[in-house]
Design a protein around this ligand. Sequence first.
Ligand code: BGC
Length: 469
Amino acid sequence: MNNTAASEPIENFNRHDVDPINLGFVTLISIVAAIGGLLFGYDTAVISGAIDFMQTLFHLDTFMKGWAVSSLTVGAVIGAAFAGSLSDALGRKKMLIAAGVLFSIGSLGSAFSQTIELFVFARIVGGIGIGVSSTLVPLYIAEISPARFRGRLVSLNQLAVVIGISAIYFVNRAVAGAGGTTWDITTGWRWMFGLGIVPGLLFVILLFVVPESPRWLIKQGQSNRALNVLEHINGQRQAKVEVEDISESLRTEAGSIWTVFGPGLRVALLIGVVLGVLQQVTGINAIMYYAPSIFQQTGAGTNAQLTETIIVGVVNLVFTIISLWLIDKVGRKALLLVGTAVMAISLFVVGYQFRAVHPNSGLILTFILIFVAAFAVSLGPVVWLIMAEIFPTRIRGRATAIASVALWAADYLVSQTFPILLTGAGPASTFWVFGIMSVIAFFFTMLVVPETRGSSLEEIERRWRGTSP
Ligand code: BGC
């Protein structure tokens, strides 16, 4: 039956009369790619447990301390900027491997740095790897996934980010507890960074066995190889339909990145960039990076601060899993609308509480947790997903990279200015600013963001050209 299927014209097949999808195979590939997300989470959070020891060892002033923390984000902006054109030219797989290598070099380099300058350099190298992988992992998974499961599979990346962030709290605590304070200052913090080599190398090795993205292969004129990959995932009949559909789309696409500024696609670019920025300026990383300091302002002691920070991690994890389950059922837009509305309300309540003469710390913690939960079902996974699925294949890498650069630049801005805002403007106004940004995210979604659930990447693309029903 399969041979007949391969030789029959595709129009004889009903689109819905398809072979069963090999979900196990595509899930496995997605999990390997999502290790890139684990590295992302690991690298952004590891510094929190190390920075105080490093400050003592290297005698860091406030500026150098800030630079040691934020250099990773600067590297990520650079990595995201190059990820697009290089992956459009060389392929997704090669660039993901390069990202894993850079991350591993960054981990070892940070661990062995004898000066703060060398440390910053190593963090920028690792950050370039994170910029590349954060842009390309969602994109790669989107390009291999069957439309029906794309949201869930791409969001495995976000799940891995969150697992990375949570796991590192425990790694850091275990390392810090392994020796005395003197050992922590001279050596302990080096282990925190150095252990990153384990997931880093695992990522690189496992990537060798995953296939190249079928859409990129077709773009390069390697349709037979693409057919082979798609047959493994979707079965022979559907693979043939898809290769035709992708080839047809590519025939009508222009290869120049400038097309993204033309009518139609310019809306896609606006959505990618604005959502990327909004994901950050609504304040998630103020909580992720500075949770203990925020809880300190509510009057919590050191132990309580730590416990509260761990609860934030658990809530983030649980609600990311809930989002994975919902994203292909209720769609991206519904999650974004509910999530940003709840985020806005929680942020206003937190701000209001900080304004009170006697802030209610229980209420602040509760609403910060509600905020994190709402982010985890909405802006967290959905933004990376939409950025990976709204652009046409020929320019997908480069266009997604523009949105990713905007996201990382906004992350840099928030993490740099948050401590200043907190002491300058105070916690109440700071949380209100994040709240206003969440309101903007709600209306932007309502008015501009389309629903992409269930559509193939080619169907999404046709909508921008106005040729889809
Ligand atoms: C964001 C990160 C953030 C993480 C928190 C990701 O989607 O891009 O900046 O730290 O979610 O879960």
